[in-house]
Design a protein around this ligand. Structure first.
Ligand SMILES: Cc1ncc(COP(=O)(O)O)c(C=O)c1O
Length: 355
């Protein structure tokens, strides 16, 4: 099905925007690098990946992505170590996941050699955009959109697989308070919750705006049928610490199989932290908050790595979490970032060197 392997057709940008970029004042996902990767699907095959100067796309207004939301994406990061080597973190998992998402949205699978060849060539061109030092990284956004013209409600016959990159600093989202969802749902059984489908995110904006009006930054989604079980946040999986026990929900077809979540589970096992992967009920967490046993809630995801949560709301009540010196959130963030920046042993073979 492929027209070629391991070849990328590269056209470099005539000028770079890097000199005009203030790397000390980067808002997340606002500035993009000089190039982008594009690979077209047509006549039943993915064509040769191309790298082109970053810029707008021209598309037919009837392209199916605009009407039926046939679109999936990924989020990854590249890190630079003290020797100027560029590292990715578990990129094969992102590759597998984008194809899992694509399959659910009836989008053809993308070839692995195109994914890695295209991304690595792009990262080599953009290497100066990746700054050294903890917290600095290059956020990588692969995505696929249905480009075929025509508003008939059927899977497209033409697509674009693209990668764009945005320099990122340590992500600090301020104090995060979450609301446990009691009315709206993010995903349902048999739906697309496990996929990084663009529409999953659009559907969260309205309920999240309502939660913001009540003083919460994010929602923790609960199961769609009873709203009794806590599942995940908008772009993070969620961990709860009751006493010294860590608990997180199992993944299923409503929950994204987060790479940071999986990594925390492996680290918890390595460091003998008591961890249970099981359904977490709202009642259990509210009771633990009331009797003082709830020590932490934190989110895990590529953008923030680990994001501590300072409080939550449910049933019209607000609950605050204690401030801890020796939090699990801090422990896992330290372990993960040291592996990502090539400052600690990589026992699990998670790092991937861009050569
Ligand atoms: C819905 C959702 N859950 C969880 C995550 C965390 O996944 P990962 O750790 O792979 O970034 C993300 C972000 O990718 C997400 O969009």
């Amino acid at each position: 099905m492929e027209t070629s392997t391991n070849t990328v057709d590269i056209q470099k940008a005539a000028t770079s925007k890097i000199e005009n970029t203030d790397f000390n004042n980067l808002a997340f996902g606002q500035v993009f690098t000089d190039h982008m990767m594009i690979c077209d699907y047509k006549d039943g095959a993915w064509q040769t990946p191309k790298i082109r100067p970053y810029g707008p796309l021209e598309m037919d207004p009837s392209a199916k992505v605009f009407h039926y939301g046939q679109a999936v994406f990924e989020g990854m990061k590249a890190f630079k170590d003290e020797k100027d080597q560029i590292w990715l973190f578990r990129p094969e998992d992102n590759f597998d996941r984008i194809n899992k998402s694509s399959e659910r949205l009836a989008i053809p699978a993308f070839p692995k050699e195109h994914f890695f060849a295209g991304m690595e060539e792009l990262l080599k061109l953009e290497k100066d955009w990746i700054k050294k030092g903890f917290g600095n990284s290059l956020y990588i956004r692969p995505f696929v959109i249905a480009t075929e013209a025509g508003v008939s409600a059927a899977p497209a016959k033409e697509y674009k697989f693209m990668i764009i990159c945005s320099p990122a600093q340590a992500y600090y989202s301020g104090e995060v308070r979450v609301q446990f969802s009691e009315k709206y749902s993010r995903a349902a059984d048999g739906g697309v919750g496990f996929a990084k489908a663009a529409g999953n995110y659009a559907a969260q904006f309205y309920p999240t705006n309502l939660a913001k009006e009540e003083g919460f930054q994010q929602i923790i989604w609960t199961d769609a049928s009873s709203h009794d079980y806590l599942e995940e946040a908008g772009t993070m999986n969620i961990f709860f610490r009751i006493g010294d026990k860590l608990i997180t929900a199992p993944t299923n077809d409503r929950i994204l199989d987060g790479i940071t979540r999986k990594s925390i589970i492996s680290l918890a096992k390595e460091f003998n932290i008591d961890l249970e992967v099981r359904r977490v009920s709202v009642k259990e967490i509210v009771d633990a908050a009331k009797n003082g046993e709830l020590k932490e809630i934190f989110g895990s995801g590529t953008a923030t790595v680990v994001n501590p949560i300072v409080g939550f709301g449910h049933g019209g009540e607000k609950y605050d979490l204690p401030k801890l010196e020796d939090s699990y959130a801090g422990f896992f963030k330290d372990k993960l970032t040291k592996i990502q920046y090539n400052q600690a042993e990589d026992k699990f073979n998670w790092r991937y060197l861009v050569k």
